[in-house]
Design a protein around this ligand. Structure first.
Ligand SMILES: C[S@@+](CC[C@H](N)C(=O)[O-])C[C@H]1O[C@@H](n2cnc3c(N)ncnc32)[C@H](O)[C@@H]1O
Length: 273
């Protein structure tokens, strides 16, 4: 029989080992304040009253990603993304992950927050067996994932994540994302442009005025101009193929493509062979 003090000792050891493992899964692109911020807002991922911004964004993200994949000739049936291996980096509560998996893609979603991935798993719980079979969630940084999964995926997607990473680390983050894609595969980022319009709508409008997004979620200094993202992609061995802007309507009831890249935008690049 274990004494109470032995049990406590084992429990403390277990906790230390778990936090060391989590620390190892983190990386130089990890801003722990950001991870902490997101995990305090678990209820915003899958609201019951009305769709949130990320859910509305699927209206543009899914067609953009589908078109990008379809334009890569080698992937067979151009109408379908069925069976395509996708890595969703910074998958959060699984809003994009689930939508891609619903179309038949095999999606691995990685994020740094245990709590957020638990929410993603909780949401997936009630879904069909087929959908569950198409999704794997892992608490892991892209750098640690990359060590064992070099050139493994057809497609890497990272949506609304790089604006939460320190500017100094973004290039390294992007390089790691490119490393896990096979040559000829697709790399897709969506993010926020560094403009007055983006700051006004997202920080002033959504965080302070309508309070649709928790305060402190976005920081102007971290927003990424398209020229910077495109430069990093080209330097990491990709050729940028297309980009499109998108924005919400005034009441945030829908999200549509725009003629410019002034606010949100998506970039699609192909890894050179
Ligand atoms: C705005 S959410 C986007 C979630 C998801 N991609 C979507 O569009 O529905 C940002 C997510 O990025 C994650 N994140 C922040 N920094 C990260 C990093 N360095 N590596 C991976 N994920 C990160 C956060 O934990 C959070 O879940």
């Amino acid at each position: 029989m274990l004494k109470e003090s032995d049990k406590n000792f084992r429990q403390v050891n277990k906790t230390i080992i778990l936090s060391l493992k989590l620390k190892a899964a983190m990386s130089r692109t990890t801003d722990e304040k950001e991870v902490e911020h997101f995990k305090n807002w678990i209820s915003v991922w899958w609201p019951e009253d009305r769709p949130n911004g990320l859910q509305l964004m699927n209206n543009v993200r899914i067609p953009f990603i589908k078109d990008a994949i379809a334009s890569i000739e080698r992937l067979g049936n151009k109408e379908s993304i069925e069976g395509i291996n996708i890595l969703d980096v910074g998958c959060g509560g699984g809003i994009l992950t689930e939508a891609l998996a619903q179309l038949g893609a095999k999606v691995v979603g990685i994020d740094l927050s245990v709590e957020i991935l638990n929410e993603a798993k909780r949401h997936l719980e009630s879904k069909s067996v087929e959908l569950k079979q198409n999704i794997t969630y892992k608490v892991e940084s892209i750098e640690s994932h990359q060590e064992r999964n070099s050139e493994k995926y057809d497609v890497v997607v990272s949506s609304e994540v790089i604006e939460h990473i320190d500017s100094d680390s973004i290039e390294h983050f992007i390089q790691s994302c490119v490393d896990v894609v096979r040559p000829g595969g697709s790399v897709i980022f969506t993010t926020v442009n560094k403009t007055f319009r983006a700051w006004w709508n997202l920080v002033v409008g959504a965080e302070y005025w309508s309070k649709r997004i928790p305060k402190g979620t976005h920081h102007y200094g971290k927003f990424v101009p398209p020229s910077v993202l495109i430069g990093y992609l080209e330097r990491s061995g990709c050729t940028v193929v297309s980009s499109r802007g998108f924005a919400f309507d005034f009441n945030v009831t829908r999200c549509d493509f725009t003629a410019d890249l002034d606010y949100f935008y998506a970039v699609f690049a192909v890894k050179r062979e």
